[in-house]
Design a protein around this ligand. Structure first.
Ligand code: ATP
Length: 308
């Protein structure tokens, strides 16, 4: 049922003339997760978000937000959604508090009561009376989140929220997103930053040229074994000799003192490598088959499609 999902789309398509920006997308975003919509620039991420929020019309397909069919029931659905598309915009000559006061005025008295707590939540209480023109990008992003919180949203949709943030800003953002999920909200993040999605999200869709090419829980997508093995030994040069002579082993690399990484050829096992090392009198402290990172997965998918 659609209401099990924060977002559901069926065959969603958007064409600009001959250009297909979003191409038959069947998206399922479960409730209560941080969800990454991951794809290279131009993959159609912003266009999909704009359709969900009623900012542009779909050419074909169906969309549901929090169980409500949109755009038919957009006003009901959007009253429970907070969104930032591209950079959040504010009146620079006004203070953060004044900006939120204006935003709250159109949302109703409950929103007005949430202004102070929203500013506090994003760590801007001390700067609430400073003009927004004096804010850094990271602070404006956080003020954007505070504005989203005015209607106590069940779903937050953030388009490329980490763009332009410094490492400290990225960490703050990640922490905020996780805290929203802990409260039972759903957070959808569109991004081309693999690393950030991997560190922040529970589930993802990988999108390319308007199409979803992979979708699922992160642990399932990045969980396969890569074929590489890490091994900790007492004598790395002896271990390199032994491993290099094995027909089932490809490249061998010393990554740190006493720590090696080697590639297994297909059909070979880490157990055989372990046996050979021990037989040669080498002490093996630890031997770990390495899992694929999301980056490996992403690159293999996009290169299979002939991209970059
Ligand atoms: P980015 O992060 O670079 O914005 P994106 O994944 O969000 O990438 P979109 O902005 O949704 O991608 O764009 C998808 C495709 O649709 C692109 O090829 C873009 O040029 C095209 N497109 C987007 N908006 C329009 C428009 N208003 N008119 C014509 N083409 C458009």
């Amino acid at each position: 049922m659609a209401s099990d999902y924060a977002v559901k789309t069926v065959g969603l398509t958007k064409k600009y003339g001959d250009k297909v920006a979003v191409d038959g997308v069947d998206l399922l975003i479960p409730r209560g997760v941080a969800f990454g919509y991951l794809g290279p620039n131009g993959a159609g991420k912003t266009t999909l978000i704009r359709m969900l929020l009623g900012l542009t019309r779909a050419t074909e397909g169906e969309m549901y937000l929090l169980g409500e069919k949109v755009p038919e029931h957009s006003s009901t659905a959007l009253s429970k959604v907070g969104a930032i598309i591209e950079e959040p915009r504010f009146h620079g000559y006004m203070t953060a508090f004044e900006n939120l006061k204006i935003a709250a005025a159109v949302r109703g008295p409950e929103a007005e009561e949430r202004i102070s707590s929203s500013l506090e939540r994003v760590g801007l209480t001390d700067r609430a009376n400073s003009k927004v023109s004096s804010y850094s990008l990271g602070m404006r992003q956080r003020l954007g989140i505070a504005r989203c919180l005015l209607n106590d949203p069940e779903l937050l949709v953030l388009d490329e929220p980490m763009n332009g943030l410094d490492p400290a800003g990225i960490m703050e953002f990640r922490y905020l997103i996780r805290s929203f999920v802990d409260e039972g909200r759903t957070v959808v993040i569109s991004s081309h930053l693999l690393d950030e999605i991997e560190k922040t999200c529970d589930a993802i869709s990988i999108v390319d040229r308007g199409k979803i090419v992979k979708q699922g829980m992160l642990e399932d997508l990045s969980g396969g074994y890569s074929g590489a093995v890490e091994v900790e030994v007492d004598d790395e040069s002896m271990a390199v000799d032994v491993l290099s002579r094995m027909s089932g082993v490809g490249s061998v690399e010393v990554v740190a003192p006493k720590l090696l990484k080697f590639e297994l050829k297909s059909g070979a096992t880490a157990a055989t490598a372990n046996t050979e090392l021990v037989r040669a009198g080498i002490q093996v402290e630890r031997l770990t088959p390495l899992k694929k990172s999301l980056e490996d997965e992403f690159l293999s998918i996009t290169s299979n499609l002939g991209i970059r």
